[in-house]
Design a protein around this ligand. Structure first.
Ligand SMILES: C[S@@+](CC[C@H](N)C(=O)[O-])C[C@H]1O[C@@H](n2cnc3c(N)ncnc32)[C@H](O)[C@@H]1O
Length: 273
């Protein structure tokens, strides 16, 4: 039964229209938007959520969009207090706190897809690694030699370190806390594969790849673009890389999320020539 159906005896028809159809479940935490107009029904909404999802310990009301360099939204607890939880993904476990560090289940399919592409013995670099889901899923599902993850938010980096232990991948995954602009140029050697789930203006980080990806190596480049421009995206990305002195071949473009009306998140798989 949907949330709206569960609430239909408590809210008026007009109020029901304001109830969001979807909410995000992260472990035992629910994140939901509750518009001001129906805020006085928060208790009813929480009860309806708990009826459907009995394991839930905390309900957070999202009071702002994902924002800032760390990509965190503002939340207000409307039920429970605990904001730390454990999420299961592809046989891995991640300790997360959505109020302190970015984590979204929405990209979990992408993480598995990339991990399945990684070949035995690869050296993989994950920029913008957050609490570590890409590096750890890759380390657990594939057989890389080494995965290096870079993350700026100290809380995210701390959870990343804990998640490495939790998933017993200490020998494979390394965390570097810092800004990709400072860290990447200092990294020794070239990588077989670089994953770039950039939080914003992905273009501005392309220059960092110079001399860091082996010839024949791969880049998974995430970017946001208008749906109307979708057809032009492969050539646009190829050209941007060329402008930065990197010759690449576009292997695949995949829509992997909706950001705003007619604006999607895309991943572009590239081979360095
Ligand atoms: C959209 S999140 C992706 C997190 C992670 N890859 C995931 O899938 O959950 C982007 C992450 O990049 C981090 N970040 C932003 N700017 C950065 C920079 N200049 N250097 C390193 N990390 C950065 C943010 O703190 C955030 O955790």
């Amino acid at each position: 039964m949907s949330l709206k159906e569960l609430l239909k005896d408590k809210l008026s028809e007009e109020e029901l229209k304001l109830v969001r159809r979807s909410f995000e479940i992260i472990g035992d935490i629910v994140i939901i938007e509750i518009p001001d107009e129906i805020l006085h029904h928060t208790k009813d909404i929480v009860e309806a959520i708990l009826k459907r999802h009995k394991h839930v310990k905390t309900v957070l009301r999202k009071v702002g969009e994902v924002d800032g360099v760390y990509r965190i939204a503002r939340y207000e607890p409307v039920y429970g207090e605990k904001t730390e939880t454990v999420v299961k993904e592809h046989g891995c476990r991640f300790l997360v706190d959505p109020t302190k560090a970015y984590y979204s289940v929405k990209l979990s399919g992408e993480r598995e897809r990339i991990a399945r592409l990684v070949r035995e013995g690869e050296r993989v670099l994950v920029m913008f690694a957050g609490v570590g889901p890409y590096p750890i899923v890759i380390a657990r599902l594939a057989k890389p030699k080494k995965v290096v993850g870079i993350e700026l938010n100290p809380h995210a980096a701390e959870y990343f370190r804990k998640n490495i232990k939790l998933n017993k991948v200490e020998d494979i995954v390394e965390v570097i806390e810092g800004d990709v602009e400072e860290v990447v140029p200092k990294l020794p050697g070239e990588f077989d594969r670089v994953v770039m789930p950039a939080p914003y203006s992905a273009e501005s980080f392309i220059h960092l790849l110079k001399g860091k990806v082996k010839e024949g190596g791969f880049v998974h480049y995430y970017t946001f673009d208008s749906q109307n421009e979708e057809e032009k995206l492969p050539e646009k990305v190829r050209k941007r890389f060329e402008e930065e002195g990197l010759n690449v071949e576009v292997l695949k473009v995949r829509r992997c999320g909706n950001f705003a009306p007619y604006v999607n998140r895309y991943v572009v798989d590239l081979r360095v020539l």
